[in-house]
Ligand binder design. Structure first.
Ligand SMILES: C[S@@+](CC[C@H](N)C(=O)[O-])C[C@H]1O[C@@H](n2cnc3c(N)ncnc32)[C@H](O)[C@@H]1O
Length: 285
């Protein structure tokens, strides 16, 4: 017969062994790539990503078409969709919609035309696979502008992971490798910063932030924190583009963006792609 103390010890030992076995199982199921912030294995076959891509390409967005016409600038559709296949077409519950890339491009081209093309600083919070940063870099390139797009994410640039994208079938890869076809634009314009924008953005010493795209954490506090790091670096005509300015989905983003525009003098232009995706282009007065 075991005493009560021996029984307790035995069950503690048993529970610890179970935890240990579970940890080993988790590690084995991830293969040799233990770090898996997005997914641990490919989530679908390439054919499924292609199917989603064709579906996304076939949707039309008249409000975004009109916005491009107003800006007199539109990103090359083939370049845009090819980049989206790699960086935007993912397995998720909500409908794919990557129209922010078109808005970023048109808005930045218009900015360069009206405000000048030299030494521009563009901030992009939430790099993910690099889609928004590359649409911004493409605008600078097409306008012959000089400057940098500084893009921030907690995700690493040089660690092999699965990205929940069409290339996952070939194994995990770094973001650098995922974007190798865009290395020219990357070398010329992009700076990848890894870290939480709450701290990282505040550490930067930009002379000015001509254009910012805020798309990392979609909460009131986080948007306000990011804004506080760029607030004093914007002049008349400078832009902040808020992704997901959608009341029913991201009330924190809407509250923060409205407060910023009201108290810091930004003109608002809302573009609605669909009921789930609205964007706010805010221009400093
Ligand atoms: C909606 S995605 C960005 C999409 C990207 N802008 C695009 O167009 O493809 C949000 C990204 O923010 C990153 N993120 C989350 N919290 C963050 C933080 N505190 N600081 C910086 N990036 C963060 C996530 O890792 C994720 O990649």
């Amino acid at each position: 017969m075991l005493t009560e103390a021996e029984m307790k010890n035995t069950s503690r030992l048993f529970a610890r062994s179970l935890d240990f076995l579970r940890a080993i199982f988790r590690k084995c199921s991830r293969g040799k790539y233990g770090y898996a912030p997005l997914c641990e294995t490919p989530l679908a076959q390439p054919s499924e990503y292609y199917r989603l891509w064709h579906e996304a390409k076939s949707r039309t967005y008249p409000s975004v078409d009109r916005y491009e016409q107003d800006c007199e600038a539109a990103i090359e559709p083939d370049w845009f969709h090819q980049l989206a296949l790699l960086t935007q077409v993912v397995i998720k519950r909500s409908e794919l919609c990557y129209q922010h890339g078109r808005l970023l491009y048109s808005t930045l081209v218009r900015y360069v035309r009206t405000q000048g093309r030299d030494h521009l600083t563009v901030v992009d919070t939430g790099t993910a696979r690099g889609f928004s940063a590359l649409c911004l870099a493409k605008a600078l390139h097409d306008m012959g502008a000089t400057g940098k797009v500084v893009t921030f994410d907690v995700l690493p640039h040089d660690v092999k992971i699965f990205w929940n994208c069409v290339r996952d079938a070939d194994g995990p890869r770094t973001r650098e490798s995922l974007l190798k076809d865009y290395s020219g634009l990357i070398k010329r314009y992009l700076i990848f910063q890894r870290g939480d924008t709450y701290q990282e953005l505040a550490k930067m010493s930009f002379p000015r932030v001509n254009f910012a795209f805020l798309d990392s954490v979609h909460s009131y506090d986080h948007v306000m924190a990011e804004f506080s790091s760029i607030r004093d670096l914007q002049k008349t005509g400078d832009i902040i583009l808020f992704d997901d300015y959608t009341l029913g989905v991201y009330p924190g983003v809407v509250r923060a963006a409205d407060e910023i525009c009201l108290t810091h003098g930004y003109l608002k232009n809302v573009v609605t792609a669909n009921t789930q995706r609205r964007y706010l282009v805010a221009e400093k007065r």
